[in-house]
Design a protein around this ligand. Structure first.
Ligand SMILES: CC(C)(COP(=O)(O)OP(=O)(O)OC[C@H]1O[C@@H](n2cnc3c(N)ncnc32)[C@H](O)[C@@H]1OP(=O)(O)O)[C@@H](O)C(=O)NCCC(=O)NCCS
Length: 180
């Protein structure tokens, strides 16, 4: 299924058959993605990319995640979605990344707006968070631009590349989204 968000990009459901294209995208962004995520280590070939996408799809079928593949001009350019879905407490968090060549165009901000609408209106979530490493300046501007509330910094909350990162925690509540 595909949703056109703007004339320049659309969001599609997870498709494990595009392992080759997904691998090429990760490969050309590997160094910048590996600074903030550990999953690129599990995507070192087209076959591993397909396996990774199958796992994403499986997590979706178990209601642990809702994933969107960002496409432009017929090619995948990034990925975003809701992770750590907690149906009991009606909360989740948003993740996002985009190809370097497509940065600075507002695609991630628009994608997050679509995900917020999906999470609050369709999934009836109560709270959606965004976690950003304190030194990921570019990512921090995303929740701030969208009007999330900064709740504080979680100290050494994520282990990545052998280091423990401090994470800034941002949240948006359903009532804040619907009244904005
Ligand atoms: C973090 C990341 C997703 C942000 O991507 P981005 O392209 O900067 O984000 P947006 O799509 O919201 O674009 C914002 C930029 O587009 C501009 N823009 C243009 N039109 C816009 C619009 N309609 N709405 C919002 N911003 C718009 C903004 O002014 C801003 O410009 P700037 O680069 O001068 O600040 C990207 O840098 C990335 O993939 N980084 C590596 C992975 C990563 O860090 N992921 C997050 C881990 S927590």
């Amino acid at each position: 299924m595909s949703t056109t968000v703007s004339p320049c990009f659309s969001l599609k459901t997870t498709d494990p058959t595009i392992g080759h294209d997904f691998f090429q995208l990760v490969e050309s962004n590997r160094s910048r993605l590996s600074k903030w995520f550990d999953w690129p280590n599990a995507v070192k070939s087209p076959q591993e990319a397909e396996r990774y996408l199958k796992k994403v799809k499986e997590a979706e079928s178990r209601f642990l995640r809702a994933n969107f593949m960002i496409h432009s001009n017929g090619s995948i350019i990034g990925m975003a979605g809701l992770g750590h879905l907690d149906i009991l407490n009606k909360k989740s968090d948003i993740y996002y990344w985009i190809d370097e060549k497509h940065e600075g165009q507002g695609i991630i901000s628009s994608t997050c707006k679509h995900i917020l609408h999906f999470g609050f209106s369709k999934m009836r979530l109560n709270r959606i968070c965004i976690y950003c490493a304190t030194d990921n300046a570019r990512s921090i501007t995303v929740p701030e631009r969208l009007g999330f509330t900064y709740e504080g910094t979680l100290r050494k909350a994520e282990k990545l590349n052998g280091n423990f990162n401090d994470l800034r925690l941002y949240s948006m509540l359903n009532e804040e989204w619907t009244s904005s």
